[in-house]
Design a protein around this ligand. Structure first.
Ligand SMILES: NC(=O)C1=CN([C@@H]2O[C@H](COP(=O)(O)OP(=O)(O)OC[C@H]3O[C@@H](n4cnc5c(N)ncnc54)[C@H](OP(=O)(O)O)[C@@H]3O)[C@@H](O)[C@H]2O)[C@@H](O)CC1
Ligand SMILES: Nc1ncnc2c1ncn2[C@@H]1O[C@H](COP(=O)(O)OP(=O)(O)O)[C@@H](O)[C@H]1O
Ligand SMILES: [K+]
Length: 503
């Protein structure tokens, strides 16, 4: 699903209005019917709604919803916030229709004293501002929003929490934006819903289809998209009847150090559970018995050091290389990584301490071979690129670096963002907070290495790897719950995840 900029939404509307064709007021009615259906499915008729309405089409949606909820016998009170005397045409028409219906109370708010008392159990519908927000909230609206946020009520925002911008909120104070429990967005989510910093405003978000014209959605460009299972399926390779282990590649995983052999075990197991033909795991000498016992399917390459990574085997023997989980950041490891980056002409994935080494030795960024995959979490990202002004700035930095260096970057977390050499950004929907546990990232590195060795392009290895990793985590959370989930459980559910996606 493409994610469009707020500025593109009016163009998509206009195209739909002209080419479906449908009157603008009827498109608003369609959107409001979807909202109404959503609410009717979830709430009983004794529930009362307080709808806060602004001057634009977001307010128009709120007014149409008020009429539809009244028709369905819900108790509705409408509060029209006096920001300007002029209402948008469709907002005005819906106000007139509501007045004619004459079954909901309509009050005007021109100062805080006009606000109602919010009794517990009330549901507030936020229809103040939507994608037409042009500046941060100030004065009266800001205070109304603060009062709503402080009240013990459930808040449902139409399209986007009022005050929040669809993209960049770096100069916005989130305390002045509505903090919704649910956000019901039309057709597509907004980019800002996918950033962790905005979660307190957005709450749980859902998209409601309103039949925008498919031709304009297809044609209009956007660098952002939210991937899904069907898209990932379209990228998968099939295993051939007459194939042998050589067909699926030989991977080299450089991982582990004294006290961190678990990282090597987790990444090796995940790699083997994701279809690779052969795996060699390069580890410091002391890890030999540990790895041979824990992962008998992997061959072992031994470092001359007992405790850290200081050298690597001949790269010619391998189809892909993964380096980083648990390698530590010692002097000799830095030198060995430098050499590897300069020499390596094989597909490469860098994680954890490999990224931290580069973060501490910025000149190494220049030596990243084209097509390399980097998998930082936010902290590792900031070690690489410095502090960011906010999530939008961070995303821009990620996209720009991918483009400039022709690398694939995987910024991990909820809605992991994957950027490619064209500056495109793909968000992943799978995964859950149970995966915020030690070793989850090592599992991802193993999966991606496996896919690279099997001949997937860097972008496809990252997209498929991140999706399947999250899916296995979701299946594990279904079985054990999020709290008890550990990284090994993600590996245990890789077979089910692969089966599901290959079926
Ligand atoms: N395809 C879809 O998705 C569909 C979308 N639909 C709905 O349309 C919504 C977008 O509607 P919209 O463009 O009329 O903008 P909206 O946000 O209601 O308000 C703009 C008004 O607010 C004003 N204003 C702005 N910022 C302000 C501030 N800080 N403080 C004070 N005032 C401020 C601004 O004034 P101006 O900037 O011009 O000075 C203008 O008057 C969208 O979110 C969805 O709900 C559906 O109906 C149909 C299909
Ligand atoms: N709340 C969450 N929702 C979805 N995925 C998550 C969440 N928290 C963590 N993850 C996933 O778990 C993994 C954690 O990786 P990382 O932080 O590197 O862990 P570690 O360093 O312990 O191995 C990432 O792939 C990340 O996307
Ligand atoms: K809103």
């Amino acid at each position: 699903m493409k994610i469009f900029h707020s500025k593109q939404i009016p163009e998509i509307d206009a195209y739909t209005i002209k080419n479906e064709p449908v009157a603008s007021i009827d498109l608003m009615e369609r959107a409001s019917l979807k909202l109404c259906e959503w609410l009717i499915e979830r709430y009983h008729q004794e529930q009362s709604f307080k709808i806060f309405v602004g001057p634009g089409n977001n307010g128009g949606d709120g007014l149409a919803l008020a009429r539809l909820l009244s028709e369905a016998n819900f108790q509705v009170e409408v509060y029209l916030v006096k920001i300007t005397r002029h209402l948008s045409a469709d907002c005005q028409m819906n106000l007139d229709r509501l007045k004619i219906q004459n079954s909901s109370s309509i009050s005007e708010i021109s100062s805080l004293v006009d606000l109602p008392i919010f009794s517990k159990g009330t549901i507030v519908i936020d229809a103040l501002f939507g994608s037409g927000l042009s500046r941060p909230l100030d004065d009266l609206v800001k205070d109304i929003v603060k009062t709503i946020n402080d009240a013990d009520v459930e808040v449902i925002s139409i399209d986007i929490p009022s005050g929040l911008f669809g993209e960049d909120n770096s100069s916005n104070d989130l305390n002045n934006c509505v903090h919704a429990d649910y956000t019901l967005s039309f057709e597509f989510p907004k980019l800002s819903f996918l950033f962790p910093e905005n979660a307190e405003c957005v709450g749980i978000w859902e998209t409601l289809p309103i039949g925008l014209h498919p031709a304009v959605i297809e044609e209009m460009e956007s660098p952002y998209q939210l991937i899904d299972e069907n898209y990932i399926r379209s990228l998968l390779k099939t295993r051939l009847r007459f194939s042998h282990k050589g067909t699926y590649g030989h991977g080299l995983l450089i991982s582990g150090s004294y006290g961190k052999m678990g990282a090597a075990i987790l990444a090796s197991k995940a790699c083997l559970r994701s279809g690779i033909g052969l795996l060699s795991t390069h580890i410091p000498r002391l890890g030999y018995d540990i790895l041979q016992t824990a992962v008998p399917e992997s061959m072992v390459s031994i470092d001359r050091s007992d405790i850290i990574f200081t050298e690597y085997p001949n790269l010619e023997n391998f189809d892909a290389i993964g380096i980083g989980p648990g390698i530590d950041i010692k002097c000799n490891s830095i030198r060995a990584l430098e050499e590897l980056l300069e020499e390596c002409d094989k597909p490469l994935v860098l994680d954890a301490d490999a990224l931290n080494i580069i973060g501490a030795n910025q000149e190494m960024k220049k030596y990243l071979p084209k097509g390399t995959i980097l998998t930082p979490h936010i902290k590792e990202f900031e070690r690489l690129f410095g502090e960011c002004k906010g999530p939008f700035d961070r995303n821009e930095k990620q996209r720009n670096f991918s483009k400039k260096q022709s690398v694939v970057m995987v910024l991990k977390g909820a809605f992991t963002a994957i950027t490619d050499e064209n500056g495109r950004c793909y968000f992943n929907p799978t995964g859950n907070p149970g995966m915020a546990t030690a070793g989850s990232g090592d599992v991802l590195t193993g999966i991606i290495l496996s896919l690279l060795a099997q001949g997937y392009s860097s972008l496809h290895a990252a997209l498929v790897g991140v999706f399947i990793h999250g899916l296995a985590g979701d299946l594990a959370a279904d079985e054990y719950g999020e709290d008890a989930l550990i990284a090994s459980d993600i590996i245990s559910f890789l077979p089910q995840a692969w089966k599901r996606i290959k079926s």
